[in-house]
Ligand binder design. Structure first.
Ligand SMILES: [Zn+2]
Ligand SMILES: [Zn+2]
Length: 139
């Protein structure tokens, strides 16, 4: 039987499946980019600055996000945090990744990112906190 092939989303080369790492092993989902591109992530974006290059490479490995994906998301959010909607002075927002659905939810300011992280998937905790704050305001 022939080994199934797959197109790398970055080098656009058709390679055999074993040239791709796992995005999610349990669900049998392969990464969109080949191992070679993943290993060269620092250089494929052609970023000179070391810090930016490392950051871009990390986002790409962890979330499959390229700098232009990030740029587009930021543009969609009007350069604001997706949660508090405040325009941030931080040059970079934090990527909020949902482990449950394996998708990037949005870009958040560091404050919201840690808040969301603490609340996690339990929205009722947030609701209780809101009720608590509202009741103390009313008193
Ligand atoms: Zn590739
Ligand atoms: Zn925020």
């Amino acid at each position: 039987m022939e080994t199934p092939k797959k197109h790398c989303s970055h080098c656009k080369t058709e390679k055999t499946r074993d040239q791709f790492g796992w995005q999610d092993h349990e669900r049998g989902v392969y990464r969109e980019s080949c191992m070679e591109c993943d290993a060269n992530a620092e250089s494929i974006f052609g970023i000179e600055n070391d810090y930016e290059a490392r950051r871009a490479a990390r986002l790409f490995r962890e979330f499959g996000l390229t700098p232009s994906d990030e740029e587009a998301m930021l543009c969609n959010q009007n350069n604001c945090c997706a949660s508090c909607r405040k325009r941030t002075l931080e040059k970079r927002l934090v990527v909020d990744y949902c482990q449950e659905t394996q998708t990037v939810r949005g870009l958040l300011c560091p404050t919201c990112h840690s808040t969301v992280g603490q609340i996690g998937m339990d929205i009722s905790v947030m609701q209780n906190a809101l009720d608590y704050l509202r009741s103390s305001q009313a008193a």
